[in-house]
Design a protein around this ligand. Sequence first.
Ligand SMILES: *[C@@H]1O[C@H](CO)[C@@H](O)[C@H](O)[C@H]1NC(C)=O
Ligand SMILES: *[C@@H]1O[C@H](CO)[C@@H](O)[C@H](O)[C@H]1NC(C)=O
Length: 287
Amino acid sequence: METNSISLVYSVFIFSLLSQGSWRITEAARVFTIINDCTETIWPAIIPGESFEGGGFVLKPGQSKVITAPAAWSGRIWGRSGCNFDENGSGTCLTGSCGTSLKCGAAGKPPATLAEFTLGKLDFYDVSLVDGFNIPMAVKPLHGVGNCSIAGCDQDLRKNCPKELSVKSHGKTVACRSACDVFDTDEYCCRGLYGGPSVCHPTYYSKLFKQACPTSYSYAYDDPTSIFTCTGTDYVITFCSSRSKAACTYHNHKLICSGSMGTKSLLNGWWSFTLALLFLITLRSMY
Ligand SMILES: *[C@@H]1O[C@H](CO)[C@@H](O)[C@H](O)[C@H]1NC(C)=O
Ligand SMILES: *[C@@H]1O[C@H](CO)[C@@H](O)[C@H](O)[C@H]1NC(C)=O
């Protein structure tokens, strides 16, 4: 039993050694790493979610999940908070519910912070607060080429939500509604006389959203600083992390981090090599 698990770990290390070299699997499908950096449990929701565990799952604080999305997947990912699901995955959440199911087949109930993706030769992605805010999110592309900026938040808008927009539960702000949702005017909703990028401008409220999440959609025509394009990338989606915090994930048995890719992956190559060597030495001394 023990020998078996040791030889399994052993072969994983050998494999990781081999994969440091020129042998690389061609990437078509994309790896999404979803991380819960919050101090509370989050129930991520994904539509369409066939390749994402049926569209929903639970992540306790500090947990993460690695999922492979089909090459041409387009959809959205958001977080749900304060959920209560029974053994059959039936129940509701304080924020972000998609009906009464753990596995989402429909959009979430606003307000909810959304990460939106259109994958292709060139990926488009953004974080949107147009339907309000419930949980801080950051979308970090890894080892991509192009305008691969980090989309999302630096702050938790729940702490800074004007009271006229706030959604409360037991006296605590659990989400922040959009001004369009609350006041339903043409100005806030960018329609009628305000129906276009040249006539719909940031408002007092959208500026508060933008402050918390500088690279996200704070109102409908917030495009220039909100939508990003990137080629050949994987994504790390973190809840309750800031944009500046590095996010790391394993890909093809390599630890890859957002940020200064070049040096990190080089260092990491050596790091894995050293680890594997140490492991071999340890093995030797055991037998
Ligand atoms: C879950 O589903 C099973 C089978 O359909 C049913 O017998 C059970 O009562 C359900 N549990 C709850 C809590 O609804
Ligand atoms: C990349 O995105 C940023 C932020 O949206 C933008 O300011 C910049 O002009 C873009 N650069 C290119 C080359 O598209």
